[in-house]
Design a protein around this ligand. Structure first.
Ligand code: ZN
Ligand code: ZN
Length: 356
């Protein structure tokens, strides 16, 4: 906070609060806020009816319950002290920020992520192991998918999505965050919502799924993996595009070394895909950081010159999308480490071809 010239940190709903104090706020119209002055004790303002859920952590913060007739904004103001700059959680409801700016007109508000991201994005050894355990659980589902264990032809995308979710839970996740199943032309939409469309023989099926798995301390870490399956022999042009994608993704994993700027990892894959003529068909960034949130810093994208440090964990997920026809994506979770990129997702990266 001193480095960033922030006088007080204000955390409400979102992943920052549990990361720093072990308590996750309910997304309610009643305000929960951790007030952390730079040079003073931290207080957790919490609605009285939520207070029983707070696990006290003496030495970390003091709990300040507020009653239904009290004004929590006023409580925050009284605890902030003479601050001129406040960093407020990026996911805090806008309504609360509006109220705070009204009672604190001279305070400059900034995003808390300026303070919290550099801390959260670099994982320590225990966090890497938690991510590895989550990745291994998702990996096992991906192996089942590739082997033909999960019935695809004749079922709807939504049915397969539900089964991927059930399997993520059976493999040890406590929560399913998403299970994209996109068949045929639907795969050209990267975040396709699985629906009632029947999956047919002769089609590509793109599956991108992940969940949250609790570690021994009850802190959840996320998984995220994408693999593609083709029902029956794939057409030559699709195989050709997949080979390009495979090569690009592998090159990006290799390039994800400590000291490498994030944007350089993006460029390495984008160049290969563009060289093959698919430059306009790779319509998103290469990847996102991952931790207690499925998407967090650092983002692997052009314009992000942040250099990878040991402990940075992120996805490498280039894609090639042909609208109206098909789409392909290949995704791993990688951790930058001093002895080279640590790829947490090891499921076979080739296009799986299943008899149908
Ligand atoms: Zn994904
Ligand atoms: Zn992802």
């Amino acid at each position: 906070m001193a480095e960033q010239r922030v006088d007080v940190l204000l955390l409400s709903v979102g992943a920052d609060l549990p990361y720093f104090c072990g308590y996750e706020a309910m997304p309610l119209e009643r305000l929960t806020m951790l007030v952390v002055p730079r040079d003073d004790d931290a207080h957790l303002i919490v609605p009285r009816l939520e207070a029983p859920r707070v696990v006290e952590r003496p030495g970390v913060f003091q709990t300040v319950p507020w009653d239904e007739t009290e004004d929590p904004i006023d409580l925050v103001r009284s605890l902030i002290g003479p601050a001129s700059t406040a960093a407020i959680g990026d996911h805090t409801w806008a309504g609360f920020l509006v109220d705070l700016t009204r009672v604190l007109p001279s305070v400059e508000f900034r995003r808390a992520s300026e303070v919290t991201s550099p801390l959260r994005s670099v994982k320590d050894a225990a966090e890497v192991e938690s991510l590895r355990a989550a990745a291994a659980a998702a990996d096992r589902v991906a192996v089942e998918l590739r082997s033909g264990d999960i019935e695809l032809a004749g079922r709807t995308e939504a049915e397969v999505s539900a089964e991927l979710g059930r399997r993520l839970l059976a493999e040890g996740h406590q929560r399913v965050n998403f299970a994209i199943v996109a068949a045929g032309e639907n795969a050209a939409s990267p975040h396709h919502e699985p629906g009632e469309r029947l999956i047919k023989p002769g089609e590509i099926v793109l599956c991108d799924f992940g969940g949250t798995k609790m570690d021994a301390d009850g802190v959840g870490y996320c998984s995220d993996i994408t693999r593609c399956v083709h029902l029956g022999e794939p057409p030559a042009d699709l195989v050709e595009a997949y080979d390009v994608l495979f090569e690009a993704q592998a090159a990006q994993v290799v390039a994800a070394v400590v000291g490498q700027p994030c944007q350089e990892v993006d460029r390495v894959g984008r160049a290969i895909i563009a060289e093959a003529g698919f430059g306009d068909n790779f319509i998103h960034r290469t990847g996102h950081g991952i931790g207690t949130e499925a998407h967090e810093d650092p983002y692997i994208v052009e314009g992000n010159s942040l250099e990878l440090r040991p402990g940075h964990a992120f996805s490498i997920e280039p894609g090639i999308y042909l609208p109206g026809r098909w789409g392909l994506r290949l995704e791993d979770i990688v951790v930058a480490a001093s002895d080279g990129p640590d790829n947490l997702t090891t499921t076979d990266h080739r296009l799986a071809v299943i008899d149908a």
